[in-house]
Structure formats: C-alpha cells, structure tokens
Design a protein around this ligand. Structure first.
Ligand code: ZN
Ligand code: ZN
Ligand code: ZN
Length: 537
C-alpha cells in the first residue's frame, strides 16, 4: 500500500498535476506600474519575464482602483485586504488626526522599536492602523500559524501592510541600505538578514553605475533622454549615464531606491528569504509579499514617458525572469501561485500636456491650503481651516463654535469659493459622501476612500489632467483611469491560461486568492471573486 501511494505521488509530481494547495504564494506589487507599460514596452521585453507571465498565466487587462486617493499605503492595503480605505482604515500614506492635531503615518507605531541598522524612527512601524485582516492574515489563521508569511519592500508601508497583523516578518530598507524590521515582529533580526546586510549587496550594483541596458534605438517609445519634464536625481542632470557610486558616496546607500538596482537588491533579498526561511518546502502554504518600490521613485523623478522609466521596466523584466527561474528550481513549476499588480498607476506630466495645447496645470498642496486660508480670513475674519491634505479639508470646529458660526454654512461658502478655482472638479461634504447612493461615478470613489473618523469635512477632486505636484516627473492620487488602471496577472499553480477585458476592481484580488486556496475571506472584503482564474467546468 505504502509503495502504491509513493508511486502515485511520484506520478503526480512527474505529470505536474498540482497538489491541493500551492506550496508558496508570491504576491508582487510593482509600485507605480501603469498597465500601459506592459503594452508600450512589450516588443522590448524578453520571453522570460512579463511576457512569460502574460503568455502562460491569466491577464486582467482592465483592472482598476475603485476609490481615491490612489496612494501607496491605501493601494497595498486594498490589494491584500480586498477592501477599500473606508473599511480598512488606511485612508492615505499619512493623514491628519483630529484629536492629536497632527499628521499620522499609515504604519507608524511609537510603541515599537527598530530592529537592525536603522534610525530609531525608521523602525517605529507596525500594521496597527490597519483595521481589517489581509489575505496573508487569513492564511496564518487557516494554517494555525504554520504557514509562514513574510513581507518585504524598500518602503516600510510596502512591506508591512501586505504582510498583515500576523506576519512572521516584514522587512524594509533603512537609509543605510540595510533591511530592517521592528520589535512588533520579534526581538532580533533573523541571522540571515544580518548576514545579508553585512554583505553590503548594494555595493556591486551602485559601483556599476546606471547606464542604458539596451542600444539607444530601443527606447523609441519614450521621450528623448534630456527633456524639460524630468526632475534631477541627486542634483544630477536627467540624462544617462548616472554615476550611482558617486551619488552613494556623497549621500548614502539608499540612493539605490532611485535606480533600477533597488529592484535587483530586493529580488536578491527575496530569493535569500525563500532559501533561509524554507518557504514553499512543505505542503502548508507560505506567502511571500514583494513590493518593488524603485519604479515609483523613478517615476516621480523622471515621469512616465522618460527613457529612465523604460529602462527601469526593461531591467525589471529581467529581474522578474530571474525570480521565476529561481521559483521553478527551488519551489517547483506547479507549486507556486504568483500574482503581479500595482498599488496605483501615474499621471501624465502636466507641462508635457500643456506644451501640446491641453490647458491643464499643476498645483501644489501649499498653494491650495493658502488659497483656502486666505478665503477664510477675508470671509470669516479668521482662518477656519485646520488642515488640507490628501484632498481633504479639516475645519477648526472649536473656533467655528466660538464664533457662533454654523459648520454647514461655512462648508457651503467654501464650496462656492472652491468652484471658482480652475483646478477643482467636485467638492463633497461628509454628509453627501455618507449618503451616496452610487449614481455619481466619482462620488463612489471618494466614498470608498472615506472614513468618518479619519477623513475631513469637505473632500475635493481635481479636474482630470490637473495634478497636485511640481511640474517635473509625475505623481498619482486621483480617481481617474491614468491613476487607477494597473496590471493584474495570475500565474502558476492551478491558474488557467487566458485574458479578460472586463472591468475588474483591485479589491477582487484578495477574495479571489482566498477562494482559490479555499480559506476564509479577509474580514472587510465584499468577496467579489474573479471566477476567470478557476477551471471552467
Ligand atoms: Zn506607490
Ligand atoms: Zn532623462
Ligand atoms: Zn508614488
């Protein structure tokens, strides 16, 4: 009998018939990846990276964020909780706290300490502000905490929010270029992390410098290297080559974040984690979350049509290929389930649009705040605005009361004023948001990003094309398609080959994973599953 079982097991593994559960789930988030990049750069990708995922996995071509603001913290939280900020509580990267009267950070936690080679502040981080469970949390519960969960990113929030409340570990990068963590997860860094850090793996990358990885003619999909829409990288003019070694020497190893080598370093760290933590070696599913932050830093600096962005994605294609080869060899081709998506996309550079006769503009949050304050002073004799952040206005309710003003009337007069500003598209009050019925397409986005305790008294959206940023590079945050449209590819264990062009929402990823491995849904999700990745019987 034993022999028969063994032979059957052998046959199953030879035939590549997958077991009941994947040994490892790998969640890849590419920070600031527009779906369009997969199309625009396609002819220059290798067969083994993005194209392998698209050609052999299931591609959702029309995946969108379904709330605003489209920022990094909320994006990672939405992917892994299957819920929007209105439910999971992560309403921005940092937001104004009414009682504390200061801004708080989405993964800030003053009750914990840094583990590893980072400043005190860099490690005061945990998922305590995340109000719902993640798919990774549910995996931990489902396996009686035997399935391991490890999260990693160069950014703290990119590591912590995906890994959830019950993670074994989350690691992020300090200014010194070391992967660090916090006492929320343990009492000391695992030895393999310390060893990895001691090797200074960033050095060989930074010493090479950042040159174009392909002949110049490959980059025809981008604007010329030197164009007026790019910012500077550590004061260096925006054209190749970039002497990353000199930049490191006059700053710190964290300059690696602003180069594609940040992705290489994180992939090295991911492969080391798989080996040293024995991820995917037994039949209890483990979950590794990897968030590549460098494309976001590079996008903000150079813009989405820059040659720097294109080179970053051509190199990331190689990095993904290496990671897939590693997973094939070490976890086994049919033993891992991988998905790739992004935490938000990015806007067009405003000046580029303007120079081509589209009358849009950029506006700094400082200017917006100033305009509101001035209006307040001339109308009410006092500044009634406490804070303007993340398209929220918080009023000073104590002063309004003391002056015998009615909050609703104050809101109405602000709304009238705001519509005289050329960048404003919509202004919504808290009451309108909470009473929203779903007929106003963009009010839905605002409502799903709104938390009555943590959000403001008035919320506004900018006109499409207008951005809250400087004139160089790009940014994100709006409810418009240029910010919401991201890739979503499922690949590997029990994933059929295929593609869909139906509109999908980012909050569908986590429940789809839960259903796929037959565990409980994260506790804040609407549980809208993408049935396309299930075998059609
Ligand atoms: Zn981001
Ligand atoms: Zn350039
Ligand atoms: Zn960003």
């Amino acid at each position: 009998m034993k022999k028969i079982v063994a032979i059957l097991a052998l046959l199953v593994s030879i035939a590549g018939i997958s077991q009941q559960k994947p040994k490892l789930i790998v969640g890849i988030v590419v920070d600031q990846m527009k779906m369009e990049y997969l199309y625009r750069y396609e002819s220059d990708f290798s067969d083994n990276g993005f194209k392998r995922l698209m050609g052999n996995g299931y591609t959702f071509h029309n995946m969108h964020y379904n709330y605003a603001p489209t920022f990094t913290g909320p994006g990672h939280a939405a992917i892994y909780t299957g819920a929007t900020p209105s439910i999971n509580g992560i309403v921005a990267n940092e937001w104004f706290h009414r009682t504390l009267k200061k801004e708080i950070y989405c993964t800030g936690d003053e009750s914990v300490k840094t583990l590893g080679d980072g400043s005190d502040k860099e490690g005061m981080m945990s998922p305590k502000l995340l109000q719902t469970t993640t798919i990774t949390d549910e995996l931990r519960l489902a396996t009686n905490f035997k399935g391991k969960v490890i999260g990693m990113s160069l950014k703290d929030r990119g590591a912590i929010l995906p890994a959830g409340h019950f993670a074994n570990w989350a690691f992020w990068m300090s200014k010194k270029g070391a992967f660090i963590s916090s006492t929320f997860y343990g009492t000391a860094l695992p030895n393999w992390v310390t060893d990895f850090n001691n090797e200074k793996r960033y050095l060989p990358y930074l010493e090479k410098g950042w040159k174009l990885s392909n002949p110049a003619e490959v980059y025809k999909e981008s604007l010329p290297d030197e164009n007026p829409y790019e910012g500077t990288m550590y004061k260096k003019k925006p054209f190749f080559p970039y002497d990353t070694k000199a930049m490191m020497e006059s700053n710190d190893p964290a300059v690696i974040r602003l180069s594609p080598f940040g992705n290489n370093l994180l992939a090295d760290f991911a492969m080391t984690a798989i080996e040293k933590e024995s991820l995917g070696t037994d039949d209890i599913t483990d979950f590794l979350t990897v968030s590549f932050s460098s494309p976001d830093y590079i996008g903000h600096t150079f813009g989405s049509r820059s040659i720097e962005m294109q080179d970053t994605y051509l190199r990331l294609d190689q990095t993904i290929a290496e990671l897939l080869t590693y997973l094939d060899t070490n976890v086994g081709k049919n033993n891992y389930l991988l998905f790739l998506t992004s935490d938000h996309a990015a806007a067009e550079n405003v000046n580029h649009l303007k120079d081509n006769k589209y009358e849009v503009d950029h506006i700094s949050s400082k200017n917006i705040e100033q305009a509101f304050s001035e209006f307040s002073k001339t109308t009410f004799g006092e500044d009634l605005v406490l804070n303007v952040s993340n398209f929220n206005i918080f009023f000073n309710k104590e002063v309004i009361k003391a002056k015998n003003l009615e909050l609703n009337k104050v809101k109405e007069s602000f709304r009238t004023f705001m519509y005289t500003q050329k960048y404003i598209k919509r202004v919504y009050s808290e009451e309108e948001i909470l009473a929203s019925t779903g007929s106003d397409f963009y009010l839905n986005f605002v409502a799903k990003g709104f938390d009555p305790v943590q959000s403001g008294d008035l919320l506004f959206t900018l006109k499409p094309g207008f951005v809250e940023y400087m004139g160089v590079g790009t940014t994100h945050g709006s409810p418009y398609t240029f910010d919401t449209h991201v890739p979503c590819i499922f690949y590997g264990w029990n994933i059929p080959k295929g593609e869909s062009h139906d509109r999908k929402e980012i909050t569908q990823i986590a429940p789809t994973l839960a259903q796929k491995i037959k565990i409980q849904f994260p506790n804040g999700t609407e549980a809208k599953v993408m049935t396309e990745v299930f075998d059609q019987k």
